[in-house]
Design a protein around this ligand. Structure first.
Ligand code: 3HC
Length: 311
């Protein structure tokens, strides 16, 4: 009966037994995974755009090659995750339609503009640093295809974070103008990166179910706190000032306390009214339309192959 199936399923979850595509699963579990994995994939694909903006303007061939490799990695991460979502019964066309229509979410952080070369350092260091904290626990997510996609993604993510921090180090230890560029980028990316972890736990509608199903292993606030504790010393090493006058280390708890996040800005960006939301979706729609001939050619080739095999 349904009850036994539900109980049997939860026992597997509680005993850390992976759920695979062909296993029975509650509809709500399938639905929340499709939601999270497809939005994660959209984040990777849209996340290519802010950095792509600087590939043609990188200051050296070495920096151009590093940035090209990183942006290409993000594209691959998106494809793994779209494939993981498809194992749950959604098609690529459906998920892309949801992105292009503005129905699907993707990480708020990618709706901010990348104004100077220093932004490439801040994004690698902070955004990929935050992504690592959020994605490493997902390697142990209860749903097999998602967890396995994460293992490969996390390996590449650490290179993304390190190249960003190394870029910031070069600037922070460079000329006064370069140091000012690093500080300016840090000022603009610090708070939006804290917002990446999602709303406060009290406002997080999905956390309870996600943790019960061992998709989410740590709450939004827990990971956000871990990020602040890890990143403040890195910023201090660079000689950068954290743009938060309320930041202070609490000897008792061993954690940094920090100021209030602008939640109105967060929800505004999530709702589609951020600085670059429209531009990002327009670029994705255009890329999809301009790429139609590739899909048509691949489909035609596939049909031809099939006919040949049937002769
Ligand atoms: N941007 C946009 N929407 C966000 C968000 C953000 N930063 N944080 C939360 N939201 C949305 C949620 O999707 C949810 O809306 P929905 O129910 O319509 O999906 C709503 O706000 C409430 O948030 P919850 O905390 O209840 O939602 P979750 O439990 O899903 O937690 C999450 C949010 C932590 C982002 C979780 O979905 C998650 O871990 N997702 C997978 C990882 C991911 O997407 N990471 C960030 C982007 S990937 C990346 O950075 C690529 C790297 O290579 C640079």
């Amino acid at each position: 009966t349904e009850i036994n199936l539900e109980q049997h399923f939860q026992n597997k979850i509680d005993n850390e037994i992976r759920i695979e595509p062909k296993d029975w699963m509650p509809e709500a579990y399938r639905k929340t995974l499709i939601r999270q994995i497809s939005q994660h994939a959209h984040s990777e694909i849209v996340g290519m755009l802010p950095e792509a903006n600087w590939i043609t303007r990188a200051p050296s061939l070495k920096r151009k090659k590093i940035l090209l490799a990183k942006v290409q990695d993000e594209g691959g991460h998106g494809l793994y995750l779209y494939c993981a979502a498809e194992t749950l019964g959604v098609t690529r066309d459906e998920t892309l339609r949801d992105l292009h229509s503005g129905k699907a979410k993707y990480s708020s952080i990618f709706n901010y503009p990348t104004l100077t070369w220093a932004d490439m350092g801040a994004v690698g260091w902070l955004v990929d640093g935050a992504a690592i904290l959020n994605q490493v626990p997902l390697c142990r997510a209860s749903y097999g295809p998602y967890a396995r996609a994460m293992v490969r993604i996390c390996k590449e993510e650490s290179f993304h974070q390190r190249q960003g921090y190394e870029l910031m180090m070069k600037l922070a230890q460079g000329s006064p103008e370069q140091k000012e560029m690093a500080q300016d980028a840090f000022n603009r990316w610090w708070w939006p990166t804290l917002m990446m972890f999602g709303p406060r736990d009290a406002e997080s509608g999905n956390t309870e179910a996600s943790m019960n199903w061992r998709i989410k292993r740590f709450s939004n606030d827990e990971l956000r706190q871990r990020f602040v504790d890890m990143t403040v010393p890195q910023a201090e090493y660079l000689g950068l000032t954290i743009p938060d006058p309320e930041l202070k280390f609490n000897e008792e708890t061993g954690h940094y306390e920090f100021g209030e996040i602008d939640w109105e800005e967060f929800w505004n960006v999530v709702k589609g009214n951020g600085m670059c939301n429209k531009e990002r979706i327009d670029v994705r729609r255009t890329a999809f339309d301009e790429g139609a001939w590739v899909r048509d050619a691949a489909t035609a080739y596939h049909e031809k192959r099939k006919q040949k095999e049937q002769q």
